[in-house]
Write a protein that binds this ligand. Sequence first.
Ligand SMILES: Cc1ncc(COP(=O)(O)O)c(C=O)c1O
Length: 378
Amino acid sequence: MTATPSPKVPFQDLPLQIRTLRAELDPAIDAVLRHGQFILGPEVTAFEQAWAQFCGTKHAIGVGSGTDALQLILRALGIGPGHEVITVANSFIATAEAVSYTGATPVLVDCSLDDYLIDPVAVAAAITPRTRAILPVHLYGQPANMAALAALAHQHGLALVEDAAQAHGATLKDGRSCGALGLASAFSFYPGKNLGAFGDGGAVNTHDDGLARQLKLLRNWGSVVKYHHEIQGYNSRLDTLQAAVLGVKLRHLAAWNDHRRTAAGWYRAALADLPGLVLPAEAPWTGRHVYHLFVIRLLERNRDAVARVLAERGVQTVVHYPVPIHRQKAYAELGYAEGSFPCAEQAARTVLSLPMFPEMTPDHVALVADALRAALTA
Ligand SMILES: Cc1ncc(COP(=O)(O)O)c(C=O)c1O
């Protein structure tokens, strides 16, 4: 058996990041091992405070995952059977599943092909008397059109909940951060995110005191005082060990996001003259795109064939996402036909995420650009 050669340009390089941070991580982890408060220990509170401050919200509540963060927000808002939540067809399936877990129905709408973000005009057309919330996704690291969505939410009395799983540190032009733009927001700390733990983790951010209290109950079996349960809740806390890791990594997030933006600039310069591809656009309302992913779209070539050429040349790529939610077998029950959301479907056929991580070098970008040039001019 031959070992798979390591790629020349990995999609991301977490082992390298961890090696670089080892001197900070080891004592933080060791402190948890010594005090032994593995559930809701002091590192959780410290991280929650730091994370709330970073996002500019009054509260942050650490939970078990980004999916749980979404689900618990919807539960705290009393969303359940008979209700509808409008969200976008081109997201990770967790966005819709969080709605389904509550018994409500995810109502999907199309994205714009300019920025792959939820289309507010489509949202407006999907509102019914059963709609309770709008759930935009700040996809790939830039904010959805929150001004338009907030106006709709206000006009129709709906909750505006952010799926900020891919947008740690992204901002609007007015400087406000993703996670602080709606009634509540959900972050994921899945390892590959811009701020990632060493396992699953998530947080809910909100300005609302009542919602924050409800989320603290929901994540801990409906209890703030041990063995006294005010409501039926869940077991979904952010682990103390994960909070310790996140607390260390948070100190570096702003610099990592800066580097991602620099690498995006290198890509733009290196790929500018390549035919038949669309580079990621920054939306007019975006202040700071944090390039969780650098996603190009191929106009003339078969995307999968291009990805194969890149792989042969040692460049790892991923497709986010090859099948939009409405065409997933898991959501056949919603009954959306092919062609329901043409932009999401076109994106699924043609997008390609290039390597993007805070330790990228100009040499990495040059290798990717050379490989793409070979694939597109072959
Ligand atoms: C847009 C989006 N929403 C929700 C999630 C779910 O987060 P988690 O994996 O932490 O449950 C993810 C990532 O996995 C995501 O990318």
